[in-house]
Design a protein around this ligand. Structure first.
Ligand code: CDP
Ligand code: CDP
Length: 231
């Protein structure tokens, strides 16, 4: 069976990253969390008071940013590093979540991160999740998935996840944040979140994680068979 690339796009808290990680695990593929990169840039911009309206300052700041992922064997997961520091927890806090879509809408930021993501996805055998993976980052991906879910369900999932990290956040604040990010992510000029024609749409509202994984694995398997073998 040939190796393929899998692109998973969609709204926040539909289950993209949890599903993508499990699929990468099952297929022994590499998982790449593109959202973590946008979050790391946002953290740097917040901590260094970068003025988002000043293109020159944004460009200069981007030159000072180095992002990489390192595997934590104790936790059995890959973690995000910003300029050599582990920022895996910091990038998931609300102060970053509240700013990330504004930073992600900047064309200069997208250019730098898309280049990096394309380098990481050059060799087949990658599962990458985000907003523009099927459309811009990996347009040749053999499987493209577009995930959706009801807003209330998404917000409850995110609230539960934050609670598990000892962060108590009001449900309405989460809904406001998700709705705001949906709006900015779908309407920005460069790399907006969009469902490409060839993407398989999965509504996860009433699904379990395991069901999502199985459905995507089935789609993936059918694309791993060479066309010659199919005939
Ligand atoms: O996990 P969650 O769905 O909340 O978000 P994420 O995947 O970590 O992405 C955080 C934000 O980064 C999104 O709301 C987008 O603004 C931005 N993002 C993007 O613009 N393009 C991507 N490929 C991935 C994330
Ligand atoms: O990456 P994205 O923001 O789309 O979602 P996620 O971070 O993978 O999922 C958000 C939360 O929803 C996680 O805690 C998942 O375990 C949970 N969840 C899910 O993804 N799918 C379900 N069917 C049920 C819960």
């Amino acid at each position: 069976m040939k190796k393929i690339n899998i692109a998973i796009d969609g709204y926040s808290a539909c289950g993209k990253s949890s599903t993508a990680k499990m699929i990468a695990n099952r297929l022994q593929y590499k998982y790449i969390d593109s959202g973590a990169m946008y979050r790391a840039v946002t953290l740097y911009f917040i901590d260094n008071y970068v003025d988002l309206t000043n293109e020159k300052k944004v460009d200069k700041a981007l030159k000072n940013i180095q992002i990489d992922f390192r595997f934590n064997s104790k936790k059995e997961k890959s973690e995000t590093y910003l300029n050599g520091l582990n920022v895996e927890e910091d990038i998931r806090t609300m102060r970053v979540t509240n700013m990330v879509s504004e930073v992600s809408a900047l064309p200069e930021v997208r250019k730098v991160l898309v280049d990096l993501q394309q380098k990481l996805g050059k060799k087949k055998g990658v599962v990458m999740d985000g907003r523009d993976i099927g459309s811009i980052v990996l347009p040749d991906a053999e499987l493209k998935v577009f995930m959706t879910a009801d807003m209330k369900v998404r917000a409850l999932r995110r609230q539960q996840e934050l609670l598990e990290k000892d962060q108590l956040v009001d449900l309405n604040d989460i809904i406001d944040n998700l709705a705001k990010r949906d709006r900015i992510d779908t309407t920005r000029k460069v790399g907006p979140l969009t469902k490409v024609d060839e993407a398989v749409e999965i509504d996860t509202t009433h699904m379990t994680l395991e069901e999502q994984v199985e459905e995507i694995l089935n789609e993936a398997t059918s694309r791993m068979v060479d066309n010659k073998q199919k005939i």
